[in-house]
Ligand binder design. Structure first.
Ligand SMILES: [Zn+2]
Length: 334
């Protein structure tokens, strides 16, 4: 009952005094927002991308609303501010994966409003040939009415006749993909699509020249998101080191300076553990961000929580989230 009520106001866009009152103790000392893609309004589709996309007009409304209420700073400034005993509540904006629209759509809006952001780049996505299982999976589920395959001795059989069935199948299979290493992921997508030929998504990913372009803008900080976008928690020590070092090698050679900030791929509790946090710390990064939501209070710079901004987040909901209510509700309804 309470959960239902919380869920209702959690999704509501009305900023009510009750929400602010309930949320206040959970507000924390600052907030990090995570975006993925910003696309033109007419390119927003009803699809299975799990809300990865935010329209340009929504993004600009959010930026304006945030700017009217909070100071939006760079990741470096955010960290310096957190180190102070009595800090000011600040907001910092991040983007994961390294999509082309971060340069083409988000940057003009960030520049117009003079808002800094950090972009965490998956270095494999800089190649000319880029396969991305979550896009290929969404594509096949969207276009089929059922899906049958065998993987690892198990039979899978999904009916995909309506939106709900498609969404559940996508969720189910996404969970499976995230639990696999890249070699196994390739085997699984081959079984699902029934072909060894992978689709190329380089048209939606930043290339090296574009990362350089972003880097030249003083508002932008480039961070690492690993090389292959793998779940680091399931990898061996050597494999984790490879994922991080390879991405550093590529980015530092390209940008000619040290990379200080990292975002764990997927970033949930099933994808990041103390071991990876220690490894990141030992590799002399200054911060690392995760995907989970909780207030930044007793912060750990190698496990900084973030608030997810997706397709259905409007600027009013976002302000409710920053007021602390998101942190409280996330705890109670999850
Ligand atoms: Zn990612």
């Amino acid at each position: 009952m309470i959960k239902d009520y919380l869920r209702k106001i959690y999704n509501s866009s009305a900023v009510s005094p009750l929400i602010n009152l309930l949320g206040f103790p959970w507000k924390g000392r600052g907030a990090i927002l995570v975006y993925h893609r910003i696309v033109k309004d007419d390119q927003i589709k009803e699809d299975l991308e799990l809300g990865l996309t935010v329209s340009c007009s929504n993004f600009e409304k959010q930026i304006k609303e945030l700017k009217s209420k909070y100071k939006i700073c760079s990741m470096n400034e955010f960290v310096e501010n957190l180190k102070k005993k009595k800090n000011e509540f600040m907001v910092t904006i991040t983007f994961d994966d390294g999509y082309k629209d971060n340069l083409l759509q988000a940057l003009p809006i960030l520049t117009k409003h003079e808002v800094p952001a950090t972009i965490y780049v998956t270095t494999r996505f800089l190649d000319k040939d880029v396969d991305i299982w979550w896009y290929e999976l969404a594509d096949i589920i969207q276009n089929k009415s059922d899906l049958k395959f065998e993987y690892d001795g198990k039979k899978f059989n999904f009916l995909l006749k309506n939106k709900k069935q498609k969404f559940l199948a996508y969720q189910n299979l996404t969970k499976l993909f995230k639990s696999l290493k890249i070699v196994q992921q390739n085997q699984l997508i081959e079984k699902i699509t029934n072909t060894k030929k992978r689709k190329n998504y380089s048209n939606i990913c930043l290339d090296s020249k574009e990362v350089l372009k972003l880097e030249k803008n003083p508002l932008i900080t480039i961070g690492s998101h690993g090389h292959n976008h793998q779940n680091l928690k399931i990898l061996s020590d050597d494999e984790v080191k490879f994922e991080i070092k390879k991405s550093l090698e590529i980015l530092e050679k390209l940008l000619n300076h040290k990379i200080k900030h990292f975002a764990y791929p997927f970033g949930g509790k099933d994808h990041v553990s103390i071991r990876e946090q220690k490894m990141i710390e030992n590799m002399n990064f200054e911060t690392a961000v995760i995907g989970s939501v909780y207030p930044i209070k007793d912060y750990n710079f190698f496990s900084l929580p973030r608030i997810y901004v997706g397709k259905n987040t409007c600027e009013k909901t976002l302000i409710n989230h920053l007021g602390g209510f998101y942190n409280l509700a996330g705890k109670l309804i999850s």
